[in-house]
Ligand binder design. Structure first.
Ligand SMILES: C[S@@+](CC[C@H](N)C(=O)[O-])C[C@H]1O[C@@H](n2cnc3c(N)ncnc32)[C@H](O)[C@@H]1O
Length: 360
């Protein structure tokens, strides 16, 4: 097996840097995002990183060619592909930046070797996806699409996401696994051997209710409905391994009166649970369908359980951000939840980058 080459990366829609943390043996030549809040978080963690605060539509062919990158990582806005975002797809202006990059990919004189895209479930059925795939095919890439959730990597969190990894044919016409036309809902058997050491991959079917807590979901199910057999699958880590040990957070993050009104609809977990809902950008100010709540073990006077929010640090841990990841003091709690809700599972992306760049 050939050693993976060093990746020179253009990280677009970089947010708080989930893609950056997923990389090994790399140089991020440039990261780009328009959001001042997430850019402050990114820069806090990567102070010497070139980070361009600008509209991605304003990037020119020449600028990209001058960067000399061989890898393009993107997680474009997902609202155009969700029900709450009205699934406007190409007609949603938030898709424009991604389309402008596809147009540049089409015109590049020398193709970028590797392209990875992450988005919500729903993207795979969009016209935007069709345009993306059509450019990949036209420009001579092989590609594989996936729908994966951290539960399959024994991480107690549901976050079903679309991923596409693409490699230019000049880097070899195959991955370490056979290509299939359909979106893969599992890591192919042939690829298992190459996964990173860390969270163990387990062969589970993606639970049907994974969608219920998806970003911007408008489906509101009760906690009982959401809790599935997955919660008892002993191959998945206990949530307790991802929780703060300090009792301070219990009091700082307790559910207020407003939250208690939604008690019946909340997804309630304990340290012994083996699943949690997808934490969306609404967590912290919406209750039902925005993410899970944890029982402190105490009972309240009205006989309900005392509950608290997951802390941003706990959510970052479930997303597999490294321990060293920090928010600057200036980032408010609401902004922390929002930016984590928009981010991604670092461990899954790290594995996909590996599968994308390995050659036999
Ligand atoms: C789904 S989030 C990506 C999150 C990122 N992967 C992370 O780990 O935090 C989409 C990001 O795209 C940025 N964005 C959306 N439209 C943009 C545009 N036209 N130009 C630059 N950035 C844009 C948003 O600010 C947001 O941070």
């Amino acid at each position: 097996m050939a050693l993976p080459e060093k990746l020179n990366v253009l990280e677009l829609f970089c947010g708080i840097g989930g893609m950056h943390y997923a990389l090994q043996d790399f140089e991020v030549k440039c990261a780009v995002d328009i959001n001042t809040v997430t850019n402050a978080v990114y820069q806090h963690n990567f102070p010497s990183q070139l980070l361009a605060q600008r509209e991605i539509q304003s990037l020119t062919l020449k600028e990209i060619e001058n960067l000399g990158v061989n890898t393009l990582l993107m997680s474009p806005p997902c609202q155009p592909f969700t029900r709450v975002g009205l699934k406007k797809d190409l007609e949603d202006q938030r898709t424009d930046a991604f389309i402008s990059i596809l147009q540049l990919l089409d015109k590049l004189s020398s193709p970028i070797s590797y392209v990875l895209v992450e988005n919500v479930k729903g993207f795979e059925d969009s016209l935007t996806r069709d345009q993306f795939i059509s450019i990949l095919s036209k420009k001579g890439y092989i590609y594989q699409e996936f729908l994966l959730t951290p539960l399959q990597f024994s991480i107690p969190n549901s976050r079903l996401r679309y991923y596409c990894i693409a490699k230019h044919q000049s880097k070899g016409g195959h991955f370490v696994f056979p290509l299939v036309e359909q979106v893969q809902c599992k890591v192919p058997d042939e690829a298992l051997h190459y996964l990173l050491d860390g969270h163990k991959y387990i062969d589970i079917d993606i639970p049907e209710n994974s969608q219920t807590c998806d970003t911007n979901s408008d489906v509101q199910l009760t906690a009982e409905q959401i809790t599935s057999a997955i919660d008892n699958d002993e191959r998945i880590s206990l949530l307790g391994n991802f929780l703060e040990s300090s009792t301070q957070c219990a009091s700082d993050y307790l559910l207020g009166e407003k939250g208690k009104k939604h008690y019946q609809g909340l997804d309630i977990r304990t340290a012994n649970s083996r699943n949690s809902c997808c934490f969306t950008k609404r967590y912290g100010h919406y209750f039902v369908g925005s993410g899970s709540f944890i029982s402190t073990g105490n009972k309240l006077e009205d006989d309900t359980l005392e509950l608290r929010h997951f802390t941003p640090e706990e959510i970052a841990r479930l997303l597999c951000f490294p321990q060293k990841f920090r928010f600057p003091d200036s980032t408010t709690r609401k902004q922390r939840y929002r930016s984590l809700g928009n981010s991604l599972n670092v461990y899954i992306v790290a594995n996909l980058i590996r599968l994308m760049t390995l050659s036999l």
